[in-house]
Design a protein around this ligand. Structure first.
Ligand SMILES: [Zn+2]
Length: 245
């Protein structure tokens, strides 16, 4: 009979199947790309050779570019393919989520590992979904699709990559507690899965806020992470565009 611990172990096995991609600075390609440039980034690279790279095209750099290109194809596939609409509840690293949310987390984790080169990276959670016990969250975690992600112990750059990876996977995600909100004492990331059919009403409103480049908090201040240039997948972008009308 599978216990929660057993299921957690199974999860760990499933998510550790990715070979680590190597590359000098693969996310350099992200710089200068805006929110609207998702399709350009997520399309597999074909004939977009960098002029600078041509100068010293050693075997090693060609290999790294190849690995990155393979991952670009995976990103393009994820961009075109929304996660399965599976709302079965599962325990996942200590919190409750639905399977759709778990699938998106796994995508984000692979982006952390293979695009941002944080080998063996794993998200860890301080709050999940379907959780009506935390009044401080004002109901955002009552339904599906919601996660709070721990950031303590990570460098600023890594936290930035976490926000980017979550957004690139299809979450409305923001950093909290970095000096632009009232969460100073408890830094974390707050993430809501775009397109989740079981979102709490207030979580749904946060996704709308995200679509408008806002922070999802009372007052609707500007998205504190707007400079991070994280292109959202095409399926999520279509949903966000509808919310902007
Ligand atoms: Zn939260």
């Amino acid at each position: 009979m599978p216990s929660p611990a057993f299921r957690e172990t199974s999860d760990a096995i499933e998510v550790h199947d990715a070979p680590d991609a190597a590359g000098p600075d693969p996310h350099a390609r992200l710089r200068g790309l805006g929110y609207e440039d998702a399709a350009a980034l997520l399309r597999p690279r074909s004939n977009t050779a960098s002029p600078a790279a041509g100068q010293d095209d050693t075997a090693e750099t060609r290999g790294a570019a190849g690995a990155e290109s393979d991952f670009s194809e995976k990103l393009a596939k994820w961009s075109a393919t929304a996660p399965k609409q599976n709302y079965d509840h599962v325990r996942f690293r200590g919190v409750m989520v639905n399977k759709r949310t778990r699938q998106l987390v796994r995508r984000a984790e692979k982006i952390m590992r293979e695009h941002f080169n944080h080998d063996d990276f794993r998200f860890s959670f301080s709050q999940g979904s379907y959780n009506r016990s935390v009044s401080a969250s004002a109901g955002t975690h009552d339904g599906g699709g919601a996660l709070d992600i721990r950031t303590r112990g990570h460098r600023k750059k890594v936290v930035d990559h976490m926000v980017q990876s979550l957004r690139m996977a299809g979450f409305a995600a923001w950093s909290r507690g970095r000096g632009h909100d009232s969460f100073g004492g408890s830094p974390h990331l707050h993430a809501i899965a775009v397109g989740d059919r079981e979102l709490a009403p207030i979580a749904r409103a946060q996704v709308t806020d995200f679509a408008h480049g806002r922070n999802g908090l009372r007052g609707h201040a500007r998205d504190p992470d707007r400079k991070l240039k994280a292109p959202v997948p095409k399926w999520a972008k279509n949903k966000l565009n509808k919310l902007r009308r």
